[in-house]
Design a protein around this ligand. Sequence first.
Ligand code: SF4
Ligand code: ZN
Ligand code: ZN
Length: 364
Amino acid sequence: MGDVEASSANPKRAQGRLCSICGAKRPALKRPKTLEEICRECFYNVFEDEIHKVIVENNLFKCGERVAIGASGGKDSTVLAYVLSELNRRHSYGLDLFLLSVDEGITGYRDDSLETVKRNEIQYGLPLKIVSYKDLYGWTMDEIVKAIGLKNNCTFCGVFRRQALDRGAALLKADKLVTGHNADDIAETVLLNILRGDIARLSRCTYITTGEDGPIPRCKPFKYTYEKEIVMYAYFKKLDYFSTECIYSPNAYRGFAREFIKDLERIRPRAILDIIRSGENFRISTFTRMPEQGTCKRCGYISSQKLCKACLLLEGLNRGLPKLGIGRTKGHNGVNKDDEQQKISHSREKGSSLQSKQCGTLDF
Ligand code: SF4
Ligand code: ZN
Ligand code: ZN
């Protein structure tokens, strides 16, 4: 909770000063997004009101919809479940909310975090559905890592999770799936897409709703919510969440982008919102070829290829050729066909870049 304490208002300096919003109470914290010194109640209000505003202005939900909350037990999805049920009650959204968790089969990590989600089910009174890789694909991540080692494990996990969430949401007959991706996650993805030169994904990764042409649209109500504020909110509200990192988490490129954004935020808190704004304002060239949408011949899941990425990876695992789905074949002009295919498939499955990120400590 170092972040929370570091960002809290200095009690000595704050003496005599009053909350810059209500002007009545002593400030309890310095708001990371604006650096205003405010009291706890005003923090809860601005935090929740901003999310409500984002939901209303972007028409994220319709009255009567069944909404599945992707719940990992981590801070983002726990706060999302809590705030969404509060707002649903307070503003009469008329939503049926559910928790949806994916059990990747990672001993010592997911089994523990799922215990948190099971407690959240009771605490918030939201029905919980758990779908597992073992049931869906016949493999746990522990078994996959045993077979393929610690390289590319997150590619398997990311592809399987994306589909598992869709399948779980379909079992719940959900109209929408919401995820806890926050402003820092989105800024980080914008930056990574710039660093990779992936212009096609650059503008899409900032969409608040994606997959409207797919089986179940996904929304990110925390698109403008700062990670530090989510941590503060969870801390002050004493929410029950799990904060351990995945034991197979890679310490890679994304980590550096994350640190860079945190450094920028320290100097200028608005930097996170400005990076998102930049991503939103990029335009894809009209010459960019967008592939035709289709369905996987084997499982029926959305895919631009004959077989979806999950089926391809699974076939590789089952045949003892784990590199099959991530193999690198050169095309006639030296272009990496797999990279090309992957890029096209990402263009197809609108907004998939965020979901396919290597999660590390991130929620899905
Ligand atoms: Fe899966 Fe995330 Fe762990 Fe990678 S870090 S294996 S994507 S849970
Ligand atoms: Zn106040
Ligand atoms: Zn398939």
